[in-house]
Design a protein around this ligand. Structure first.
Ligand code: FAQ
Length: 325
């Protein structure tokens, strides 16, 4: 259906339609699913919303790993609720993508066979309880930085999904920071665990914003269409400016020898992440890529009997309806 829909759609070469579409975007009108849209706009949204949905779903795995090992009943309940929220975010986002003519099954198949990406960050392992703090603080912190502007994105269903997702993400970020505070104020061993988690997650969190602007393939067109509201580097800088004082408050050290406050620019200077590692991870060679895709494929295959049962039930209902007519 996806391939057929993209193929059969009118081409983008009608200058009048394109100009009218761009004028709507420039006037900050929302584009709704039944409105005419250029094929490239539809494809870009399916790619970005689909990747975002997959990130929420795969993103449950590193934290799901700690539900049974949370240190207290309260922490377990909070973590469980957070992971459930992520499943919910994935579902809103799949629904938003479905309004563009692709099915959730097609998106899932494209994730499972590696045709679609999910966020690089979820290819890193969560080794200690402090990593639950670092994920909430840094990963949800980066996600919010990216998603708050997306509440104003031009495609109506995506923008509305983002409003709800952002409310929940800010609770997630606070619970992560709360874990980090407890660890940082705890025994020397707990503080060392918190520092170690920050050391391991700092660079991968910076990479969440995508490659540097000079290497970003999609930013210029996506920003012209208001699918993206900021460049990758703009959001990364905002994240660093916001997060460094939070690390200082915790008494932790950001693992970057080049980090310094620049009075003139009013921003922190920081080292570029290791981009060769980033490209390696998004090509499938990160520490956990194989595990993550195996887990998602296993879930899909194990659930086949549920899908088969539901299809059989729907078919039987349809047959009964036809027979009664
Ligand atoms: N990971 O031209 P650009 C969360 C790819 S939040 C993997 O700059 P674009 C919440 C990109 O797809 C995380 N791939 O791309 C949570 C493209 O490849 P393609 C998800 C990446 O799209 C928290 C190529 O590199 N958030 O999960 C990454 O304009 C805690 C060139 O890059 C979103 O998806 C990356 N980090 O900008 C859940 C937000 N970066 O497709 C659980 C919406 C780039 O041509 C626990 N997405 N690539 O093969 C966006 O804002 C954008 O898509 C960017 C990338 C900014 C991620």
């Amino acid at each position: 259906m996806y391939a057929q829909m993209i193929k059969s759609e009118s081409t983008d070469d009608d200058p009048e339609k394109l100009a009218a579409f761009q004028a709507r975007i420039d006037a900050n009108e929302k584009i709704e699913p039944k409105d005419w849209m250029p094929q490239g706009y539809r494809k870009t949204l399916i790619r970005q919303i689909g990747q975002h949905a997959h990130s929420e779903i795969v993103g449950q795995l590193p934290e799901g790993n700690w539900i049974t090992r949370a240190p207290t009943l309260e922490r377990k309940a909070i973590l469980l609720a957070k992971v459930q929220d992520e499943a919910g975010h994935g579902l809103y986002l799949y629904c938003a993508a479905e309004t563009l003519g692709v099915t959730r099954d097609e998106l899932t198949e494209m994730l499972n066979d590696g045709r679609m990406k999910y966020s690089s960050i979820f290819n890193y392992p969560t080794l200690t309880w402090a990593d639950m703090g670092a994920v909430g603080w840094l990963v949800d912190g980066a996600a919010i930085m990216n998603q708050v502007p997306l509440q104003r994105t031009s495609f109506g269903p995506y923008s509305r999904a983002m409003i709800r997702v952002c409310k929940e993400e800010s609770f997630h970020q606070r619970q992560g920071y709360d874990i980090m505070m407890r660890m940082a104020e705890g025994t020397p061993a707990q503080k060392r665990m918190a520092q170690d988690a920050l050391n391991r997650f700092w660079q991968p969190a910076l990479m969440m914003f995508g490659p540097s602007d000079k290497d970003s393939v999609h930013s210029a067109q996506s920003m012209a269409w208001k699918i993206k509201m900021n460049t990758n580097d703009e959001l990364r800088q905002k994240f660093v400016d916001q997060t460094v004082p939070q690390a200082e408050y915790l008494g932790l050290t950001v693992p970057d020898d080049n980090l310094r406050w620049n009075e003139d620019t009013g921003h922190y200077e920081f080292s570029e992440p290791d981009w060769s590692e980033f490209f390696d991870v998004i090509q499938g060679n990160g520490p956990c890529n194989t595990d993550r895709l195996e887990a998602r494929n296993a879930a899909w295959n194990d659930g086949a009997w549920v899908r088969d049962g539901m299809h059989a039930h729907a078919q039987k209902k349809q047959q009964t309806k036809v027979a009664a007519q």
